[in-house]
Design a protein around this ligand. Structure first.
Ligand SMILES: C[S@@+](CC[C@H](N)C(=O)[O-])C[C@H]1O[C@@H](n2cnc3c(N)ncnc32)[C@H](O)[C@@H]1O
Length: 288
């Protein structure tokens, strides 16, 4: 038996429930009992490093005030950072064809503000920045008030990779066309590609737990909140969407993942169908 198998078999249902309740409190992430193996696999190293024989011991240690870093490491280990370039394609098309122009016209001299609210390793915010450059060249625009992209995530490991903006061939092959790779990245002899500084310069990365306040981020024209609500309870989803609606200008656009929906969670948005996809537009007047 491997160590992971041993750990998995030693986790009692009550220890597992205690762990999942703590994880949900720290991060909003909900894990079902069927995921014992995943938890054992992801926490194996942290348990060894911290001299913990059982999951309960690890949770007890992480619960101590002085072990805030351990809590962060546990949450980091339990995040799923799956992403790709131009995921679902249509949000980036909608920005280029319609929304960049709309918000530029509405904003006058102020830049368009976009928040990538669970940015993982950076493909989403860099994809938005690339789409903006594409928009400027398609429209032959020489004067633009520009764009400001705030990209946040709870995972320090994902954020560190995002800030570096360096991607191997496999990551690049997941959604990035050869022509974009040529134009917006530099690629070395090992086929490792680095995002060009002019694309990077529009993106500002920050750590943020979506369970915490986001008031200090300001107000946005567009928010990407994609493939993250799936990890939360219905109650947390509702609360996050409500607070996200307050970070959008009236008429601002919210993009979710193509398999996600606001139905049952909010009446603060109108669904707008656009080409092959859709987005949610914040209503002009909100109750409460
Ligand atoms: C599956 S990835 C999605 C990345 C990207 N939005 C996309 O659509 O490709 C989910 C991301 O949500 C982040 N995440 C999970 N819980 C979070 C929380 N409470 N606050 C902020 N980010 C969170 C994870 O770290 C992970 O990077």
């Amino acid at each position: 038996m491997s160590t992971v198998d041993t750990i998995e078999h030693q986790i009692s249902d009550s220890d597992f429930d205690h762990f999942t309740e703590s994880l949900e409190k720290w991060s909003g992430i909900v894990i079902s009992r069927s995921k014992k193996y995943l938890v054992a696999h992801r926490l194996e190293d942290l348990m060894a490093e911290n001299g913990c024989q059982t999951l309960r011991q690890l949770v007890a240690k992480a619960g101590e005030i002085r072990h805030a870093l351990l809590r962060k490491k546990i949450v980091d280990a339990m995040t799923t950072n799956e992403t790709s370039w131009f995921r679902d394609v249509y949000p980036f098309d909608t920005l280029k064809r319609k929304l960049f122009r709309k918000y530029e016209e509405l904003n006058g001299d102020a830049p368009i503000r976009i928040w990538s609210a669970a940015c993982s390793t950076g493909q989403e915010p860099y994809g938005i920045s690339i789409s903006f450059q594409q928009y400027l060249s398609l429209e032959s625009k020489h004067n633009s008030s520009g764009i400001e992209i705030i990209a946040t995530d709870i995972s320090p490991t994902a954020l560190a990779a995002a800030r570096m903006g360096v991607y191997d061939n496999l990551s690049m092959s997941r959604g990035c066309k050869a022509s974009f790779r040529e134009m917006y990245f530099t690629t070395d002899k090992n086929n490792v590609s680095t995002v060009r500084p002019e694309i990077k310069s529009f993106v500002n990365f920050k750590p943020l737990n979506l369970m915490d306040s986001y008031q200090s981020l300001g107000i946005f024209d567009v928010i990407f909140l994609r493939y993250v609500l799936i990890y939360f309870s219905d109650e947390a989803k509702k609360d996050i969407i409500h607070r996200i609606s307050r970070r959008l200008k009236p008429g601002g656009a919210l993009f979710l993942g193509s398999t996600e929906s606001l139905v049952r969670h909010s009446d603060e948005f109108e669904m707008v169908k656009d080409g092959a996809g859709l987005y949610y537009q914040r209503k002009e007047l909100l109750a409460g």
